[in-house]
Design a protein around this ligand. Structure first.
Ligand SMILES: Nc1ncnc2c1ncn2[C@@H]1O[C@H](COP(=O)(O)OP(=O)(O)OP(=O)(O)O)[C@@H](O)[C@H]1O
Ligand SMILES: [Mg+2]
Length: 412
């Protein structure tokens, strides 16, 4: 049986597609992950769809290839639907062809036990359990193998170091006319110039592009899809129409994977991986226009939604919590995900019930602040609490105006 492939030389890189476009920014991120890889044997880069995980892994591969006597190998798992075929797919990516699927994981670990290489396991999320199991086996059985995984959620096995990939940097909102140093603007400008040679960042376009990339959450795929539309629409119209982002951003690179050809497809890929209950919570929390607490999530998605919210954070569908002005942890949904969730909420006929639940929650927050004041809480504390919920309050008031001025408590 021919199992002796995986013959790479020091510094060699195998399986990565040639980059046809420039890589923008993230120099510090590449350094950091390269550093993690010298410390840990498994590093998982996580982030939402189109955040740039795969592209980044390619840059990290170039940076660290010299450390591996048998080089760096890419195993692309996005097309693998059947978890039972993960090990065979990885073996095939390594050039080890004749492995029966049942024994593939074992044989792979055996072969790799004699190699010193970095395996890049790309897009693990849809076969997460099988990918985790295989990684566990390799970490135990092949001492000189390291793994760089990319996934919308972590593998969650012992020995994993996680790197949560942040969006590209945005311009300072107070100074949008000066986007220097913003990675998101630099990416937009580069791709827009490819689409339309006459495009230039100037005093007129720069502030518009700054707002546009912020509305797209600094996400590279969304920015590329938008830039491809610049010739047809110009940046001002693009920004005007960004509320219709899923219609607007739907014709990407024909050679890209189907999930990356439109903004809707990339979000749908993650949504599809959720179970029914998680989907319901995802839809419900998309009603929040800004940061929300676990209590808020439970008010709109039902008691017991807390653990699901934490799972959505793991799946990169919510941003990890940060403390709001009142010190409470608050979760945020990226605007693209929120827009997608809101569409689903309406489609499922749940919009009014969830809006009413939100209104009930807003009333309780206001009442709590009031009773806190009566009981001697400082005005500053009460004001901070209301300030932290201000976006929600405003949305509830708008909703109440549309519905005849009444903020109804939720129906029991
Ligand atoms: N730093 C960057 N500079 C230039 N282009 C980038 C950068 N990051 C991502 N891109 C581009 O954005 C698109 C999406 O990136 P990528 O495929 O790496 O996302 P991903 O996070 O792996 O998405 P998915 O979860 O769907 O696999 C690609 O066309 C990629 O080339
Ligand atoms: Mg990817």
């Amino acid at each position: 049986m021919e199992r002796s492939a995986v013959t790479g030389a020091t510094g060699s890189i195998h399986g990565f597609p040639a980059a046809l476009t420039s890589f923008v920014g993230r120099a510090g991120v590449v350094d950091e992950i390269a550093g993690q890889l010298s410390q840990y044997r498994l590093v998982t880069v996580t982030g939402p769809g189109g955040a740039g995980k795969t592209r980044l892994a390619g840059e990290v591969a170039k940076r660290v290839a010299g450390r591996f006597a048998d080089g760096v190998w890419l195993a692309e798992l996005a097309a693998v639907r059947d978890p039972a075929k993960v090990a065979a797919a990885v073996a095939s990516a390594l050039g080890i062809r004749e492995l029966p699927a049942v024994a593939a994981a074992y044989a792979l670990a055996q072969t790799l036990a004699r190699r010193q290489l970095l395996l890049v396991l790309d897009n693990c999320e849809q076969v997460i359990d099988a990918a985790a199991e295989l990684c566990g086996r390799l970490l135990l059985g092949a001492d000189d193998v390291r793994v760089l995984a990319t996934s919308r959620e972590p593998l969650q096995i012992a020995g994993e170091a996680r790197y949560r990939l942040a969006p590209l940097t945005l311009p300072d909102p107070d100074n949008p006319a000066d986007p220097d140093g913003s990675e998101a603007v630099a990416l937009f400008a580069d791709r827009a110039r490819r689409a339309d040679a006459s495009f230039a960042l100037d005093g007129e376009t720069a502030p518009v592009v700054a707002r546009l990339v912020a509305r797209l959450d600094g996400m590279p795929l969304a920015i590329e899809l938008a830039a491809a539309r610049v010739e047809a629409l110009g940046v001002a119209q693009l920004l005007d129409r960004i509320d219709d982002r899923f219609i607007l951003l739907e014709a990407g690179d024909r050679l890209a994977a189907a999930r990356q050809r439109s903004l809707a497809a990339t979000v749908e890929w993650s949504y599809r991986l959720l179970d029914e209950r998680e989907r319901r919570v995802f839809r419900a929390v998309s009603v929040f226009p800004g940061p929300f607490t676990l209590e808020g999530a439970e008010a709109v998605a039902g008691p017991g939604a807390g653990p699901t919210v934490l799972h959505l954070v793991d799946c990169s569908l919510l941003v990890p919590p940060r403390a709001g002005p009142d010190g409470r942890s608050r979760y945020v949904m990226l605007e693209t995900l929120r827009a997608y969730g809101a569409g689903l909420l309406a489609e499922a006929g749940e919009g009014d019930a969830v809006a009413a639940a939100l209104a009930g929650y807003a009333v309780r927050v206001a009442e709590d602040a009031m009773s806190g004041l009566m009981a001697g809480t400082s005005e500053v504390t009460a004001a901070r609490r209301l300030d932290a919920e201000s976006a929600t309050m405003r949305q509830v008031l708008d909703w109440a105006m549309e519905h005849g001025g009444a903020v109804a408590p939720p129906l029991a």
